[in-house]
Design a protein around this ligand. Structure first.
Ligand code: N01
Length: 485
């Protein structure tokens, strides 16, 4: 494809799932003048950083793939983290993205100078781009718990996203703090390995039984032979996910009732011990926190060598973890599966837009993007998986694709010379955010629980409509919502 000479130079921050998606979208459209700034030495983002035992994706693998890079080789219906990381590395190489990536380059700042963004990396190098796309992911910055004495622990202690593989676990006393998706997967993998395993649970979580099943070599060969089957499978999973979870999280109805009933009956029928079942019964509605998928967790916590501790942690001591009842569970290894700072956005990088206003200042009262992808006062800047993207148990890849294609529309406008500078109006952004907040009340996330889904003001930072509406909303730019120059 021949592009006009005035095509913009594009900078993408991050070579994780969404940054690679943007890069692949640009390359496929014939763009060559773009750079992906990646602070690590390999692609993959969260799938590179998270290597804990038991890591797998809870979105079906045939749908957790780029639609433009189907993978007939998935070995399971829910792929392991390692397999997903390999997939991203392969896509990077096969689509020729590696030559665009500047590894070991962490951006410290990006400043709009009236025409371009001036970039500076932490090692002092500089660059400039016409268009900047943030693809820094949501769950990037590990959150350490505020527990007194954490540093005093004598054994090995690490966050789940910084797993120390040099530490032997077999036969060791392991304490895991946290029962989100991560803590649940780790527990399933370490039960029977650690002796004993203490699981410190602050709030119980609902679990949906989703067995991880292998794909037979025959089915994989069939998908290779007939690529249309892969496409069909992708669309089938997309439809099912959107029909069930897409509706269950945003409005009352049979989907919500069905998911809820399944979670409750799974707990009732799998955990017969009443005391343990009481401990594992969440105080809130299924899906209020991110729903966990597992068939390994309940069997794991039923074991004699696994103990679910619900007493409040008061301190970590050199020998172990002290709870409010005065007991100390002695441990050799302490795993902090305590989640991420979902509100870090670009931090610690500084983004400066028009009139010297930083993103930090613009988002003082919480993140407000235009239709999840752009921010007033920050011309030629776009976000992938930005604020209020539809992430509740949906495939983030599908969302990133929608957003990358939207960015491409604007790039084509810039390339054609029809505009040089594009930023959403404050009015359009406020209108969108006001609609969004008005629509939150029917969602499950407002039914009374605490989670990383909620913003500082307690309002969910999610999408209160269907994923299909997100696609429709971003199908075509609405020029009247923008200040164009
Ligand atoms: O983190 P979380 P996560 N003392 O924030 C507890 C994605 N993911 O890493 O519920 C004691 O969900 C905290 O307790 P509470 C997925 O989107 C996807 O598990 O706040 N406990 C909670 O139990 C997921 O939602 C996959 O009371 C403390 C836990 O730590 C997201 O990542 C796999 C504590 C944190 O749970 C984050 O999941 C894994 C303290 N001081 C993860 N502080 C896939 O399959 C926190 N906790 C794609």
């Amino acid at each position: 494809m021949t592009l006009p000479a005035n095509r913009p130079r594009v900078g993408i921050i991050g070579a994780g799932m969404s940054g690679l998606c943007m890069a692949a979208t640009l390359r496929r459209a014939g763009y060559r003048d773009f750079v992906v700034y990646e602070k690590a030495s390999e692609v993959g983002g969260t799938w590179r950083d998270n290597t804990y035992p038991g890591l797998s994706c809870d979105v079906p693998s045939r749908f957790y793939s780029y639609s433009f890079a189907p993978n007939a080789d998935w070995t399971r219906n829910f792929a392991s983290g390692e397999e997903i990381e390999r997939y991203f590395v392969r896509v990077t190489d096969e689509l020729g993205l590696r030559e665009h990536i500047r590894f070991d380059t962490e951006l410290a700042s990006a400043r709009w100078d009236g025409a371009r963004y001036r970039l500076r990396s932490t090692d002092g190098r500089t660059d400039s781009v016409d268009v900047l796309v943030s693809a820094t992911g949501i769950l990037r910055e590990p959150k350490l718990p505020d527990i007194p004495g954490l540093d005093s622990f004598d054994g090995a202690a690490f966050h789940s996203a910084r797993w120390d593989h040099s530490v032997a676990l077999k036969g060791k006393r392991v304490a895991v703090v946290g029962t989100g998706s991560t803590g649940v997967q780790i527990t399933g993998a370490l039960a029977g390995v650690a002796k004993p395993l203490y699981l410190f649970q602050r709030t119980a979580q609902w679990i949906l039984p989703m067995p991880r099943l292998p794909y037979s070599p025959v089915s994989r060969a069939a998908l290779k032979l007939v690529p249309g089957l892969n496409k069909l499978s992708y669309l089938g999973y997309q439809r099912i996910m959107e029909l069930i979870f897409g509706h269950a999280v945003i409005e009352p109805g049979w989907q919500r009732d069905a998911v809820s009933a399944l979670c409750r009956s799974y707990l009732r029928t799998t955990v017969r011990d009443e005391e343990l079942r009481a401990k594992l019964t969440p105080p809130d509605e299924p899906m209020c926190k991110r729903l966990i998928m597992s068939t390994a967790f309940y069997p794991a916590v039923r074991r004699r060598d696994v103990q679910v501790v619900t007493d409040k942690i008061v301190a970590v001591e050199p020998k172990g973890v002290r709870t409010a009842d005065g007991r100390v569970r002695e441990a050799d290894v302490l795993v902090l599966a305590t989640g991420f700072d979902a509100h870090a956005f670009l931090r610690p990088m500084e983004l400066v837009g028009e009139h010297g206003v930083t993103l930090e200042q613009a988002w003082r009262d919480g993140p407000r993007a235009y239709r999840t992808v752009a921010v007033p006062g920050f011309p030629n800047f776009f976000t992938l998986i930005g604020p209020h993207s539809p992430i509740g148990n949906h495939s983030l890849i599908a969302i990133a694709e929608t957003q990358a294609n939207y960015v491409l529309r604007w790039l084509d406008e810039l390339s054609a010379g029809r505009v040089r500078r594009v930023a959403p109006t404050t009015e359009a952004t406020e209108r969108f955010n006001s609609d969004l907040r008005d629509s939150m009340s029917g969602t499950i996330w407002t039914s009374g629980c605490d989670s990383w889904y909620l913003g500082p003001d307690g309002v969910p930072e999610l999408w209160p409509w269907t994923p299909a509406r997100h696609r429709r909303m971003l199908a075509e730019p609405v020029p009247t919502d923008f200040e164009l120059a």
